[in-house]
Unconditional design. Structure first.
Length: 100
């Protein structure tokens, strides 16, 4: 579901993926950073019990390897309410099946 569609609703657990520079906030010339911050706040306040914000160390887009930085908005969260976890990288199995 999009962040816009979540307004007015609550869920026991909310995952917000891609909380990294270029995605949240969007990397566009017409991007309004304060509006982007407000939208992240909307997403975060949809969680009743648990909120999970995630970012990646690297991703591939259009054949290009990207290494995005975590969103600047994460700096606004206090350490008293945030637990930082870094997961170990996993490799794909050589015999992993694909759908296509």
């Amino acid at each position: 579901m999009t962040i816009h569609a979540s307004k007015g609703r609550e869920f026991p657990v909310v995952f917000v993926c891609g909380v990294e520079e270029g995605l949240i906030p969007m990397d566009r010339e017409d991007a309004n950073v304060e509006e982007e911050r407000r939208l992240l706040y909307v997403a975060m306040t949809r969680a009743k019990d648990e909120l999970i914000l995630s970012s990646v160390r690297s991703r591939s887009a259009n054949g290009v390897s990207l290494h995005p930085q975590p969103s600047r908005f994460l700096d606004d969260l206090t350490d008293t309410i945030v637990t930082h976890e870094r997961l170990a990288a996993t490799s794909k199995k050589k015999d992993q099946l694909t759908l296509f």
